[in-house]
Write a protein that binds this ligand. Structure first.
Ligand code: NDP
Length: 294
């Protein structure tokens, strides 16, 4: 069997086009231009690439982007003061602080300081709690993108067995709640899980959010299963170049899975597209407008 390749790049492009159309509609009808503030501390080459791409895509969607770069040695109080200003800035509907933060800054304190209504990452404890209790909420971008991808090939997840490998607050834990909300039967696995290959082989849906290149092998996968690979691992190849690979051994897995996301070109492009979705939704909620059609 050769798996259906879930083309995250194309799906993200479609989603961005729908966001842009809705942004054009709300700005014409209500003079509302959604705006997102991106706060970056210090200099991290991976973050730089991500932030540049984010800024470009925000502009292409017709939204405003406010970039704030703070020095590596910035004091926590200064960052918190900036967030307080952004929380009350009427042009800013979404606030995103690029993680990780330097050691002198308490990341949780920073997340707690963001107005939950502008928390487009969905990391504020209030939003985490709302997601866990099944309330309407700002859903973290990467898990939201994963759900959109899986729903492309499996419109109903009811009764399916799902495993999420990884229990981070950014990916694994939010995915648990999103899958439960769609009535899948969910197992969360992590580094202490016994016999992970055997566990995975029973699963209709496999989400890998581990950070270990090609850890998931073909013989971990149930024939016909849907595999969503969140991993982004940079490895030095024999040609001296850096390559990006996922957490799943794609070349092998595609012969056994029913559907699979590639890396790159799977979950990655969905993350920024979902950030645009969240910013547009936040702008509508804050402005007391009906939810946008994305
Ligand atoms: P974390 O490092 O926070 O979490 C990794 C998880 O994997 C942990 O729960 C850990 O278990 C588990 N794990 C590690 N090794 C093993 C193993 N050998 N067997 C089973 N479980 C293991 O990572 P993130 O959740 O932040 O990210 C995961 C991956 O997703 C990374 O490659 C990251 O780059 C990528 N990512 C991609 C995004 C995108 O836009 N596509 C966005 C965010 C992340 P334990 O808890 O026991 O330590």
């Amino acid at each position: 069997m050769t798996a259906t390749i879930i083309d995250g790049k194309a799906i993200a492009e479609e989603l961005r086009a729908r966001v842009a159309a809705e942004v054009a509609r709300v700005s014409a009808a209500h003079r509302l231009v959604p705006g997102i503030a991106v706060v970056q501390v210090g200099h991290n080459p991976a973050s730089e690439v991500y932030v540049r791409s984010k800024t470009r895509q925000v502009a292409a969607a017709g939204m405003r982007s406010f970039d704030h770069r703070l020095p590596e040695d910035v004091r926590e109080a200064e960052l918190l003061a900036l967030l307080a200003r952004l929380n009350t800035d009427a042009a800013v509907h979404g606030i995103l602080v690029q993680l990780p933060l330097p050691a002198q800054i308490d990341a949780q304190k920073v997340i707690d300081a963001i107005d939950p209504a502008k928390d487009v990452d969905g990391f504020h404890p209030l939003n985490v709690g709302r997601l866990a209790t099944g309330m309407p909420v700002m859903i973290p971008c990467t898990p939201l993108g994963c759900m959109m991808l899986v729903n492309r090939v499996r419109p109903s997840l009811a009764g399916l067995d799902a495993v999420v490998i990884g229990r981070s607050n950014v990916v694994g834990r939010p995915l648990l709640h999103l899958l439960l909300a769609e009535s899948a039967t969910v197992t969360i696995a992590h580094s202490k899980t016994h016999d992970l290959p055997a566990l995975c082989r029973r699963m209709d849906l496999l989400f890998a959010a581990i950070g270990q290149p090609a850890l998931v092998k073909a013989d971990w996968i149930k024939p016909g299963a849907t595999v969503i690979d969140v991993g982004i691992n940079r490895i030095a190849a024999a040609d001296g170049k850096t390559h990006i690979v996922g957490d799943v051994d794609f070349a092998q897995a595609r012969d056994i899975a029913g559907a699979i996301t590639p890396v790159p070109g799977g979950v990655g492009p969905m993350t920024i597209a979902c950030l645009l979705v969240n910013t547009l939704r936040a702008a509508c909620v804050i402005s007391h407008l009906p939810a946008p059609a994305v």
